[in-house]
Write a protein that binds this ligand. Structure first.
Ligand SMILES: Cc1ncc(COP(=O)(O)O)c(C=O)c1O
Length: 407
């Protein structure tokens, strides 16, 4: 009799899934060339400038600025806006903390808009969260699926706000024919190991605006207006997030390949959705109308099951699964928000003469987040999978959905 692996049955998938292989001979060749040049500093080399140019060209943007992480890339964007302490920035409650840290580091207040059924922020709630102190929106495209960024653009324009896109999980992914990251005033990308293109760690921000580019450029380098040797000038307070040559040498050849990777993920993710659509009790990944889905991670909807029990049973079948992604709203995960652990014991910027509205981050702030996360689990897939691997995932899900008691 068919028995769940968690109860001693045979695993649906015995062998490990294929390892991801994001780097090839070209990366080895270029990183070797960078090291052999005896210079790994961007200002004296060409790899970072070449990578920025190629990245900007891929997205049809005028400018790109490299950074040391996705968090840093978003911080470049927030820093470029030069917000006042206590200004509010509206962002997503289901995301990596990297979308939020730059807001606090720039002494602004993160305000969270609730999500819709796609796990992305709901434009109606974004608009509801706008106050006279709102300065910007950081829109996040979760799992590789667009939020309704055209509506965010319209809201931002109507309220005179800047729009930053966090496209860390949605590289080379189109919404209504246009790449994510190009709808905002600035688009920011993480290049961390798990991302569609990666340098292990790294980030990139793109813009068409000359002044925003100039400020991001300075913001990545201590505000340092480099003019060769001689007396120095630093234009404003800024961190040092400079990308180095070996990082760019690894990133550069992937610019030409990232869309191919994304297309392969779309194929595999689409196949998984077709197969899951046949299984009672589970829901395939939602796709925002007009969006491609590049499946950075695959969210599996569960209406009839306890997601933790489902994820454990699925993992035991040989398909690693993570119940509820981050589990709860990002502000409840972060003591910097919920306990205001920011700068010493000050509670700044929450506690400050610049901040008129006192915000407490509470469980019930974005009620849809708990609702949707409680009813989902994630599975991974990537461009090095074969269709047979995806079929195994679907087979394992079908087995668990059939045999696991309903909650
Ligand atoms: C949506 C999102 N934003 C921001 C980040 C932060 O990127 P990094 O870890 O490169 O700083 C990540 C990375 O996990 C992410 O997924």
């Amino acid at each position: 009799m068919d028995k769940l692996a968690i109860n001693g049955g045979t695993k649906a998938r015995e062998t490990p899934f294929p390892a991801r292989r994001p780097f090839g001979d070209e990366e080895v060749r270029l990183v070797t060339e960078a090291v052999r040049s005896q210079n790994l500093f961007a200002w004296d080399g060409h790899f970072v400038r070449d990578f920025e140019r190629a990245f900007a060209d891929l997205y049809g943007a005028k400018f790109a600025v490299g950074a040391t992480s996705g968090t840093a890339a978003i911080h470049l964007a927030v820093g470029a806006l030069d917000p006042e302490p206590g200004d509010e920035i509206v962002t997503a409650p289901i995301t990596d903390l990297g979308s939020v840290v730059p807001i606090l580091l720039q002494n602004c207040i993160p305000v969270f808009a609730d999500v819709d059924e796609t796990y992305n922020m709901d434009p109606a709630d974004v608009e509801a969260k706008i106050t006279p102190r709102t300065r910007a929106i950081i829109a996040v495209h979760l799992f590789g699926n667009a939020c309704r960024i055209d509506e965010m653009r319209e809201i931002a324009d109507r309220h005179g706000l800047m729009l930053i896109e966090d496209a860390s999980q949605a590289h080379a992914t189109r919404y209504k024919g246009r790449y994510l990251g190009t709808w905002g005033d600035i688009g920011a990308f993480s290049l961390q190991q798990s991302k569609h293109m990666t340098t292990g760690d790294g980030g990139m921000s793109i813009t068409n605006d000359e002044e925003l580019h100039r400020r991001m450029w300075l913001f990545s380098d201590k505000g340092y207006l480099r003019k060769g040797l001689g007396p120095r000038a630093y234009r404003f307070l800024a961190p040092c997030y400079r990308m180095n040559e070996e990082t760019a040498a690894v990133g550069l050849p992937q610019v030409a390949r990232v869309r191919g990777r994304v297309e392969r993920r779309m194929e595999l993710g689409g196949l998984l959705s077709d197969l899951l659509g046949e299984i009672p009790g589970v829901r395939p990944a939602p796709v925002t109308p007009g969006s491609e889905h590049s499946y950075w991670l695959y969210p599996l909807g569960l209406d009839d099951f306890d997601s933790k029990a489902f994820a454990e049973a699925l993992s035991a079948e040989g398909v690693p699964s993570m119940a509820g992604y981050i589990g709860r709203p990002i502000f409840m995960c972060a003591e910097a928000c919920v306990a205001k652990k920011t700068y010493g014991g000050s509670g700044f910027p929450f506690e400050s003469p610049y901040t008129e509205r006192k915000i407490e981050y509470t469980e019930d702030m974005c009620p849809n987040v708990y609702r949707v996360l409680r009813r989902m689990t994630t599975v991974g897939l990537h461009e090095n999978y074969e269709a047979a691997d995806v079929r195994d995932i679907a087979r394992a899900v079908e087995k668990v959905a059939r045999l696991l008691p309903k909650a």
